[in-house]
Design a protein around this ligand. Structure first.
Ligand SMILES: [Fe+2]
Length: 222
């Protein structure tokens, strides 16, 4: 029998927790964190320790998300649409979008360093954050309107479950902050929906370990 999240079978797997749910949830968390960064930059708080820690975590979450898509998801979609030029072009656009974000992220890094050196005034941090935010928003919409629907139309249930397994393994092994980061600050209904849809083992890990650890870090001074 196929399994999901270790010992849980498909029959016991909560119905809503599909891999694209995880991907969309991450997109919302990117938007939320960039709103926080923009607010901190506008207030001249770019050098605050908790803001920098929030930014470091956001960069890591973006890196892991892109790694999962570029290294795992898009190659499988690519195989499924082999020979279909228009669909392959969509995936190339995704890779180009990802590559285009790198210099904008580096520019925020540099502006943050400047902000730390000039006493927190922020230099061009607000502009750097604005440009990253606009580019990321364009990319996320592009992906949500083209690449993810394409992936949903060509990948089988088993492939989505394998991707969820891949994400889960990374989550448990190296990125235990993913779950508490996704639910940080979201409404009670969405929070409950997301957590309830997780495999029980991960929900428990989040409750006793991941979320307390995440809260202690007070990312963005929250
Ligand atoms: Fe994505």
């Amino acid at each position: 029998m196929e399994t999901f999240a270790g010992s849980e079978t498909i029959a016991t797997r909560p119905r809503d927790m599909t891999c694209h749910t995880l991907l969309y949830a991450a997109h919302q968390a990117f938007r939320r964190d960039l709103d926080r960064l923009a607010a901190a930059a506008a207030a001249g708080k770019g050098r605050a320790g908790h803001v920098r820690a929030g930014w470091e975590n956001l960069k890591e979450q973006i890196r892991l998300h892109q790694e999962l898509e570029d290294g795992w998801l898009w190659p499988r979609v690519e195989r499924a649409v082999a020979g279909r030029r228009a669909e392959r072009a969509v995936l190339e656009e995704m890779r180009a979008d990802h590559a285009g974000l790198a210099p904008l992220i580096a520019r925020v890094d540099a502006a943050m360093d400047d902000a730390a050196m000039d006493g927190g005034e922020g230099g061009d941090l607000p502009e750097a954050v604005r440009d990253l935010r606009e580019a990321l928003e364009r990319h996320l919409r592009h992906e949500e309107m083209s690449a993810l629907p394409l992936a949903e139309s060509v990948l089988s249930g088993a492939e989505w479950r394998a991707l969820a397994g891949e994400a889960r393994d990374r989550c448990a092994a190296g990125t235990p902050l993913f779950v508490p980061w996704v639910v940080d600050g979201i409404g009670p209904v969405e929070r409950s929906r997301f957590l309830t849809a997780l495999p029980k083992r991960l929900r428990e890990l989040n409750r006793v370990m991941w979320e307390p650890r995440y809260r202690k870090r007070r990312l963005w001074s929250i």
